[in-house]
Design a protein around this ligand. Structure first.
Ligand SMILES: [Zn+2]
Length: 388
């Protein structure tokens, strides 16, 4: 596994060791060094500190073919907990994760980001989770908050969120001051991407993209082992790729952005406007209709698959990832989008990138909160310079 440099700073070895043990279970120092492609001396030094801190324990020695018995190291799951929060435009989802990345508690609550006391409400929600941990005498390592919008990686300040209607909000600093604990704030797709790199099936991949397609469309990028955020933390606005001249108006104010055509919101809106589904219909209704042979519904989704395929082909040709992970509400319709999408990919992908895998994950509405909790366990990779 390669660990890129550049945007990554802080104790990456520590993060990598903790994430590897969470994914793979007990491993000897030699196995850790081997899997992380780091020197045995570095791993010995890092695990020594983690043992002293009580985050790791040594298990009983196992006989090893090389002669000397090997001592597996394992995580102490309850030695650290993190709170992960997803702030969305209608609700807040939260989880508590322990050090082995297992979720031990979760909640979801209605939330109105436009309310004058929205940040105070959010703070109170997080506070009650911290209180619960304190009551149970469980140690807290930090809080991760994922928001839709552009977040400065260095400060955790939300520069702009169209969905929440928040602009120039120093959210990390506010929460840190009010809660008195380490807080990291990140863009929601960046949080999922960093968590995937550390804890997910994409952990062994040094070059992958994560396309999140739901009400909005975003792209997480891991290039040469490190998350790519762009000069101002604003990279990955895949949804605002211009794809149609004089297309519908997008939430960003421009016309014909990808998001204005194939987000789940756009698909439903278009289906309703064309009278394919009634106004109160949801995405499942549209999918069911297409599956039962409704020509107009199937055609609408075929067009969406084609548009999405063209946009993805452009990105894959540009960045050359090994794989593209697709997440989000749209995956419920993937059986209907997949054929046209793959047809277009085949047409447009250059020979050198034709092997790129498209991996579609079933949508889990806790994924963003879980990822926010996990990036705190792996803070240096996710939020290199935010000070806790
Ligand atoms: Zn746009």
């Amino acid at each position: 596994m390669r660990w890129g440099s550049g945007s990554v700073s802080g104790d990456m070895t520590r993060t990598a060791v903790l994430a590897l043990l969470a994914r793979r279970g007990p491993l000897s120092r030699a196995q850790i060094a081997d899997l992380l492609q780091m020197s045995p001396a570095t791993i010995t030094q890092s695990t020594k500190r983690l043992l002293t801190e009580g985050l790791l324990v040594e298990q009983a020695p196992r006989p090893s073919p090389a002669g000397r018995p090997s001592i597996p190291l394992s995580l102490v799951p309850e030695s650290a907990h993190t709170v992960g929060i997803q702030v969305a435009h209608e609700h807040v989802t939260g989880v508590i994760s322990q050090l082995d990345a297992e979720v031990v508690h979760s909640f979801r609550q209605d939330f109105d980001p436009a309310a004058p006391d929205a940040v105070a409400t959010l703070t109170a929600l997080i506070r009650s989770e911290i209180d619960e941990l304190e009551r149970r005498r469980l140690p807290l390592a930090g809080v991760g908050v994922a928001v839709p919008g552009i977040v400065e990686p260095e400060t955790g300040t939300l520069r702009m969120s169209v969905r929440l209607g928040w602009t120039g909000l120093p959210l990390a600093a506010r929460l840190r001051e009010d809660l008195g604990v380490p807080v990291f704030v990140d863009n929601d797709i960046s949080a999922v991407t960093a968590a995937e790199r550390l804890y997910g099936p994409g952990a062994d991949e040094a070059d992958f993209l994560l396309a999140a397609i739901g009400q909005g469309i975003g792209l997480g990028m891991v290039l040469d082992g490190a998350p790519y955020r762009g000069a101002a933390g604003a990279a990955g606005e895949f949804g605002h790729m211009p794809v149609q001249t004089d297309g519908p108006i997008c939430v960003c104010g421009n016309r014909g952005c990808l998001e204005s055509l194939v987000s789940t919101e756009a698909l439903l809106r278009n289906a309703q406007a064309a009278g394919i589904v009634p106004d109160e219909a949801d995405l499942d209704d549209l999918g069911s209709l297409a599956r039962t042979g409704d020509r107009a519904a199937a055609k609408l989704l075929e067009t969406a698959g084609t548009l999405l395929g063209r946009a993805l082909a452009g990105v894959i040709n540009l960045l050359g990832p090994r794989s593209v992970v697709v997440i989000g509400e749209i995956t419920a319709l993937w059986d209907l989008l997949s054929d046209p999408l793959h047809r277009v990919l085949l047409e447009h992908l250059l020979p050198a990138v034709r092997e790129t895998r498209i991996e579609v994950r079933p949508w889990d509405d806790k994924l963003i909160a879980v990822s926010a909790a996990r990036v705190v366990l792996g803070a240096p990779l996710a939020a290199p310079r935010q000070k806790g």
